[in-house]
Design a binder for this molecule. Structure first.
Ligand SMILES: Nc1ncnc2c1ncn2[C@@H]1O[C@H](COP(=O)(O)OP(=O)(O)O)[C@@H](O)[C@H]1O
Ligand SMILES: [Mg+2]
Length: 391
């Protein structure tokens, strides 16, 4: 852009290649990734590809393979849908995509063995539809910050805090948000000080919920009804993360609330809450991975949740405070328990919640008057409105 060409006095803008392409915002849909939630991310990308307003946005789909290779992916929503209970996977390719790390350079490049790198396109905004580690945890957000790229959703810190249930709880507690009792098993403690660990776990009572500190989609989460089963549950969680969190079971309804960043410095907006209704038939008695994605009879997403007006207000207020507590941006889903005494207890914040058209986050906005295509549009507009750099 440093090359200066004389311009006609009347026209401010330089001539565009085609009027159509110039008018559209180019959006990279970034999906797949290295985490256990690869398949869900792929399904989400299919949903977004089919719903995004094509008259306004030009889509550049970039997939990340389970091994971490960035590739150009097909712009075919059906290709990425869940079929017969199986999620699709981003296939490896000889042609890799690289993001420029130079500020002011927005051109994606394609690298192929034995070929000169070719510029793919100048990107206006990136929509990272990634869940779990290496996607939802601030790592990809850091890469995008280095590139000075605009992107949808939370920045580095909020993403990292939202991924780590240990630090998440410390931030929530620091902000006076209501959370339940818990203890953390750090790497090493389990091998070297198991007796001390057991002493911190016992006062939590039963049942317990044992979780990897940094995972999602209930991967590695177990409900423990007897201390005899604690060892196995910790080992299971440690398959996903060397840091494990053990929580006291909260008896209450599982309520979720969708939050959208505010426009132009306004406060974040909360949707009508939804409820996860788990039937008795789920194998493990809670909202586990299988129930979430593969067992349609097991769960019912009820939206809006049947709650008294004052509880809805309380859930929304706590959801917005939770969003603000971690400095989330763009979108986040706040999951809470509502006890029989109408106490709201925060379980977690998800900075990249499930985002297929059937997921709770879009459904809660739909019930609140914002359709799935409108929601995608709003998120991209929020990303374009926000400045790059420290903010
Ligand atoms: N402290 C708790 N008390 C009762 N149920 C819990 C508790 N923690 C988790 N659960 C159950 O386990 C599920 C998964 O736990 P969660 O913390 O949401 O992990 P993930 O990040 O994988 O979604 C929840 O949706 C809920 O059904
Ligand atoms: Mg959860």
């Amino acid at each position: 852009m440093s090359h200066h060409t004389p311009e006609p006095a009347s026209a401010g803008a330089s001539p565009a290649p085609t009027p159509d392409a110039a008018a559209k915002t180019r959006v990279v849909i970034l999906f797949g990734g290295r985490s256990g939630e690869h398949g869900i991310s792929v399904a989400t990308a299919g949903g977004v590809m089919s719903a995004i307003d094509r008259s306004k946005y030009e889509v550049v789909p970039i997939g990340i393979t389970p091994k971490g290779q960035w590739v150009i992916a097909a712009d075919e929503p059906e290709r990425w849908a869940i079929t017969d209970g199986k999620a699709a996977e981003v296939p490896a390719s000889a042609a890799e995509v690289v993001l420029p790390l130079t500020v002011g350079d927005a051109a994606l490049r394609v690298l192929e063995p034995g070929r000169v790198p070719s510029a793919l396109a100048d990107v206006d905004v990136v929509f990272p539809l990634l869940h779990g580690p290496y996607g939802e945890d601030g790592t990809v957000q850091g890469l995008l910050e280095l590139a000075d790229a605009r992107y949808v959703g939370s920045g580095v810190l909020a993403s990292a805090v939202g991924m780590d249930k240990h630090f998440m709880k410390m931030v929530f507690a620091g902000q006076g948000l209501p959370i339940g009792p818990y203890t953390v098993i750090k790497p090493g403690d389990w091998e070297r000080r198991r007796d001390v660990v057991l002493q911190t776990v016992e006062p939590l009572g039963l049942p317990l919920f044992v979780k990897p500190a940094r995972a999602g989609s209930s991967l590695g989460v177990s409900r423990v009804d007897s201390l005899d089963d604690l060892d196995a549950a910790v080992e299971e969680a440690r398959r996903h993360d060397p840091k494990v969190i053990v929580e006291a079971g909260i008896a209450g309804r599982e309520i979720e609330c969708a939050v959208l960043g505010g426009r132009g410095g306004e406060r974040p907006r909360a949707s009508l809450p939804g409820e996860i209704l788990v039937t008795d038939e789920t194998k493990n008695g809670f909202y586990d991975y299988e129930a979430k994605y593969f067992d349609e009879a097991a769960v019912q997403l009820s939206c809006p949740a049947d709650l008294p007006e004052h509880v809805i207000k309380q859930v929304q207020e706590i959801a917005v405070r939770t969003f603000e507590a971690v400095s989330a941006e763009g979108l986040a889903r706040v999951d809470v328990f509502v006890t029989p005494e109408d106490q709201v207890v925060v379980n977690e914040i998800n900075t990249m919640p499930g985002f297929t058209p059937f997921s709770m986050y879009p459904r809660m906005w739909d019930a609140s008057g914002l359709s799935y295509p409108e929601l995608i549009d709003e998120l991209i507009q929020l990303a374009l409105e926000r400045p790059t750099g420290l903010r």
